[in-house]
Each structure stands twice: as C-alpha cells, then as structure tokens.
Design a protein around this ligand. Structure first.
Ligand SMILES: C[S@@+](CC[C@H](N)C(=O)[O-])C[C@H]1O[C@@H](n2cnc3c(N)ncnc32)[C@H](O)[C@@H]1O
Length: 264
C-alpha cells in the first residue's frame, strides 16, 4: 500500500513537473532566450512559440488542456461574451476578434454574432500560422469570416468600422506599454454604441488563490500581474470620455469579462 502510494505520488509529480517545464520552455523561457540573444525587437517578439509554430499550435489547441489552464472556467467566460453578443443587434454589421485564441471561443463567438445578424466576422492576429489554424477550425463559417494579419497595437482597421470587438486573453501577454495601446486601438475601431468584450485574468479574492496566481504569473507570464492594479483595463477604459464599463468576475474573482460600451 505504502509502496503503491509512493509510486503514484512520484508519477504525478513527474507528470506535473514535466508539464510545467514544457510550458515554461515554450513561453517565458523562450522570451528569456530571445532577450539574451537580443531578438526582442520585432513586432511579434513577445509572442510565445506555442502561438507561432504550427506543430505546437496543433498540439496544444485541445479543449481539455485549454479549459484546464483556465481552471475549467473557460466555458463560463465564453458564455458571458456569447450572451452579450446574443443581446446585441448586429444586423448587417461587422464584428472583430482581436487575436486568435485556442479552444472553441472563436467558433462560439462567430456563431453568436451570426445569430444576432452580423454579416462578417473578421479575425485579426499578428501571426499568420494562428490565422491559418483558426480558418481551418472555422470552415463551417467560411462565407461569413475573413482573416487578416494585423497588430493589435496599431490596427489597419478603419475608425468606427466594427460593432463589437472580442479580445480573449491577449492583454496579459502584452508588455505594459502595449496593453494601453491595444485598449486604445480596440476602442478606436468600434463604432459609436459598439462594445468591447475583454476576457482576462483578475486579482483573486482569496489569499490562497492569490498566492498561487501570483506564483504562476511570476514564473510563466510576468506581463500579467499588472492587470491586478496598475494596468487594470477598467481604469483605462473608464478614463475614456463617455465609455461605460461592466465587469463580470468568476471563480473567486480569478477571471473577468469586461464589457465596455463606446458612447453613441
Ligand atoms: C489571445 S492570446 C492567448 C489566448 C489564450 N491563452 C488561449 O489561446 O487560450 C494569443 C494570441 O494572441 C496573438 N497576439 C499576440 N500579440 C498580438 C498582437 N500584438 N496583435 C495581434 N495578435 C497578437 C498571438 O499570435 C496568439 O494568436
């Protein structure tokens, strides 16, 4: 019995440690290596290999893995966005998904937008492989979707050109100065009365979760912690004239969906 328990504990530890090492190597570790090699200068330098290498994209984009990373709150968060889009009148309008995301968020958002009358869903991402992968996942919406390589901090999209803009877990991966630019751009491209749906991490309300979350950010995603305070998106959005914000938090406040409405 004791031996069986020890073997199991050892096996679980090895699996968890290998998974952590795998993700560290392909996220923060890769950025550290780029920094040492002086290769952090181009526009996509902050993007992890798991989002740029097609083999890795295909390996990781598996719903159970993605749900587990978001502590099984993924579906709840997407549902908040979907319910919002279901209530919007998008008849003949264009909506934007700013940056691809793994799992089923893009198909669910696209379906909700089409159900609300949208004529086109544009997906924009800085990495062409992500767009190609997204297009393969969304063939069923082929006539209603378009894909454009674009940078969230300097979008090619015209002012006031979309009625809704969905940004799902992009901000925590951007350096702080770029977070502000991305929010400004996200609001610029919205038409008056249009809505920005922003899914992100949030400061947990319980100290245990806060300690675990803090450790996670320090090790894997150092740009994410500032969302708790100095770069809380709601602070920036509410400082914009006339912008109204709602914040929905889930799982002891560990995650949030912000809905920001541009003044009509
Ligand atoms: C949305 S975030 C991560 C989402 C989340 N972790 C997931 O996939 O479940 C990852 C995406 O953002 C894209 N991205 C990163 N920086 C970007 C930028 N400046 N402009 C547009 N897309 C960007 C990456 O290429 C990648 O497709």
């Amino acid at each position: 019995m004791t031996a069986w328990f020890s073997y199991t504990a050892f096996a679980v530890t090895v699996v968890l440690a290998s998974t952590a090492l795998f993700f560290f190597t392909l996220t923060r570790g890769a950025l550290l290596m780029r920094g040492f090699a002086g290769r952090l200068t181009h526009d996509a330098a902050h993007v992890y290999p798991i989002y740029s290498n097609m083999r890795l994209i295909r390996l990781i984009d598996w719903q159970p893995i993605i749900s587990a990373i978001l502590l099984f709150q993924y579906s709840n968060l997407v549902s908040i966005i979907v319910h919002g889009l279901n209530r919007d009148n998008l008849k003949g309008k264009q909506i934007l998904i700013t940056s691809c995301a793994f799992g089923n968020v893009m198909p669910r958002v696209t379906q909700a937008a089409i159900d609300s009358g949208a004529s086109k869903v544009l997906v924009a991402d800085i990495i062409q492989n992500e767009l190609d992968h997204a297009e393969r996942k969304m063939t069923v919406y082929a006539g209603k979707t378009a894909y454009a390589q674009d940078n969230a901090i300097a979008m090619k999209q015209a002012d006031s050109s979309v009625s809704a803009n969905v940004m799902f877990f992009l901000l925590h991966e951007l350096p702080n100065d770029l977070k502000n630019e991305a929010i400004k751009e996200a609001m610029r491209v919205l038409e008056p009365g249009g809505k920005l749906y922003l899914g992100e991490f949030h400061r947990p309300s319980t100290w245990v979760l806060r300690a675990l979350s803090w450790t996670y950010f320090k090790v894997f995603e150092p740009y994410g912690l500032s969302l708790w305070n100095t770069h809380d998106p709601v602070l920036q959005l509410q400082a914009m004239p006339g912008v109204k914000c709602e914040r929905h938090t889930v799982f002891f406040d560990n995650f949030q969906v912000i809905v920001a409405t541009k003044p009509a």
